[in-house]
Design a protein around this ligand. Sequence first.
Ligand SMILES: *[C@@H]1O[C@H](CO)[C@@H](O)[C@H](O)[C@H]1NC(C)=O
Ligand SMILES: *[C@@H]1O[C@H](CO)[C@@H](O)[C@H](O)[C@H]1NC(C)=O
Ligand SMILES: *[C@@H]1O[C@H](CO)[C@@H](O)[C@H](O)[C@H]1NC(C)=O
Length: 324
Amino acid sequence: MHVLSAVLLLAACKLVSAAPTPLFGIDLGEININTDGKTTDADTVPFSQDEITNTLVRPALFARVVYCSSPSVVNMTCGEQCDALPNVKILVAGGDDKRVPNFFVAHDVDTETIVVAHQGTEPANLLSDLNDLNFFQVDANTTVLPKANKDVKMHDGFADTQERTADLVLSTVRSALKSTGAKKVLVTGHSLGAAIASIDGMMLRMKLDPSIAVTTTVFGLPRVGNQAWADLVDSTLGSSFTHVTNQHDPVTQVPPQFADFQHPSNEIHITAVDPSGIIATAQRCPGQENQNCAPGNNLLDFNIDNHRGPYFQNISMANRFCPV
Ligand SMILES: *[C@@H]1O[C@H](CO)[C@@H](O)[C@H](O)[C@H]1NC(C)=O
Ligand SMILES: *[C@@H]1O[C@H](CO)[C@@H](O)[C@H](O)[C@H]1NC(C)=O
Ligand SMILES: *[C@@H]1O[C@H](CO)[C@@H](O)[C@H](O)[C@H]1NC(C)=O
C-alpha cells in the first residue's frame, strides 16, 4: 500500500510542477492523503490577537529575517526586516541558501533570549525535494537526539540538513548562554527551516541544562517524522513547541500520513487573514493531526501562497520578502 501510495503521490507531485493548483490534481480527488495515522477532532480554542502578539510575532520576525543574505544579517543591515528587530546581535550566521539553508544564532538583548533561526526554501522546490526523496525515513541520529529510541524515524533529507549545522548551533548556543547570562532559548524557522528548527529544538532541550527554557515556534512545518517522532516531541517539548499553519498551505500536509508521517501536537491554525495582512483569526488545535485544523483541509483547496503568508502583522516569509 505504501509503495502504491508513494507512486501516486509521485505522479501528483509531477503534476504540481506543471500546474500548481489544485495541488494533487483532479484525478486524485478521491484520495485522502491524511489517513492511516492517528487523528483527533477535539474542539479548537480561539487564539486571541494578544496571544498572537505575545507569543508568535517575535518568532515570525526572526523566521522572516533569516531569509535575508548572511552578510546583510551579520550587522542587521538588511533594511525593514532587520529594523523590525532592533537590539539583536548576531553571534554566528552562515549557510549557502542551498545545501545549508541560511541560519543564525543571535542574542535578542531586549528579551534576554538566545535565538536560533533557520531559512526555508521555495515551496515548489520543497515539494519537489520531498518527491525526489520519496519520503525515505532514517533512524534518528542519537548523537543529535540522545533520547530517541529505535522506533523514532525521521525524514532523511530533514535529518541530514539539520546535522550539517547541529554542532555549530549547539556550541554557539552554549557559549552564548554563558557569556550573556541569558536563561532562555527561542528556536524558529519557516518551511524547511521549520523542520530543521523542530529538530534543533529537540536537540537543545535534550542537551541543555533543564534550567534553560527552550521555546520552539515554527511556521509552515512539513511533517518531519513518524508517530514515534511526534510522540517524542510531545513528551519532550510539550507546550513549549508550537507549529503555526496558515489556512490552506499544502506544505504542512506533506509528507502524507499514509507514508507514516505524523505531526506533533500544538498546532495553531490561522483560519483567515484580513486583506491588509495584519489581523489573523487563529485557533489552538488540541491533539495531533486535529481534523478541525490544517490536517482537515480539503485536498482540492490547497493554496501555495498561504505558505509564504502573510501570517499576521503583514509578516510573509520567503526569499522574495528580503531581496537584500
Ligand atoms: C559589520 O560590522 C563590523 C564592525 O563594525 C565591520 O568590521 C564589518 O565589516 C561589518 N560587516 C558587514 C558585512 O557589513
Ligand atoms: C549524527 O550527527 C552528527 C552531527 O551532530 C554527525 O557528525 C554524525 O555524522 C551523524 N551520524 C550519523 C550516523 O549520521
Ligand atoms: C505588506 O507587506 C508587503 C510585502 O512585504 C508590502 O508590499 C505591503 O505594502 C505591506 N502592506 C501593509 C499594509 O503594510
